[in-house]
Design a protein around this ligand. Structure first.
Ligand code: CA
Ligand code: CA
Length: 165
């Protein structure tokens, strides 16, 4: 990958986290993501599923802040993201997967419309689109047309964000 392509990917990952587009990643971006998913699947925030999603979003934010918010101002700037998060995520994709897992678990349960414990590829694609994940990635997820397991989602998510140099 050339450096322009690498930069492009980093910018896209940052934009995915910066859900409200204000130029830094903060707790609000994670609650914005949770709200977008709840709206997409028409699930009330006060429901058990809604609460689980917000709890997962908060845990995800705390984990990301622990990794990347070096000056502790509760904002992850683009520099902090590139210098801290991207490198740490690449060094430890399993650790990143664990940070994201409660949120993804709750998101999958939303996407799993009939509640049989597995979300279909198209349902996962819908969830990713609601989060503004790049179209190519969202379609890739949906190409797994059959059931999608939590482990598949967690590892796909981790590899999406752990951009190789
Ligand atoms: Ca933001
Ligand atoms: Ca900071």
């Amino acid at each position: 990958m050339d450096s322009a392509e690498y930069e492009r990917r980093i910018a896209a990952r940052f934009a995915t986290f910066d859900q409200d587009g204000n130029g830094y990643i903060s707790r609000e971006d994670f609650s914005t993501a949770a709200a977008a998913l709840l709206a997409e699947f028409e699930v009330p925030a006060r429901s058990e599923q809604g609460q689980a999603l917000y709890v997962g979003a908060e845990a995800f934010w705390q984990g990301m802040a622990g990794i990347a918010d070096r000056d502790g101002d509760q904002r992850i700037t683009r520099d902090e993201f590139v210098g801290g998060a991207v490198k740490r995520l690449r060094d430890n994709p399993a650790g990143f997967a664990e940070i994201a897992r409660p949120f993804l678990h709750a998101a999958l349960s939303l996407a799993d419309g009939d509640g049989d414990g597995v979300a279909q590829g198209a349902e996962v694609e819908r969830a990713l689109r609601a989060l503004g994940v790049e179209r190519e990635i969202a379609s890739l997820a949906a190409q797994a047309l059959g059931p999608v397991t939590e482990d598949q989602v967690v590892s796909a998510f981790a590899s999406y964000f752990t951009v190789p140099e």
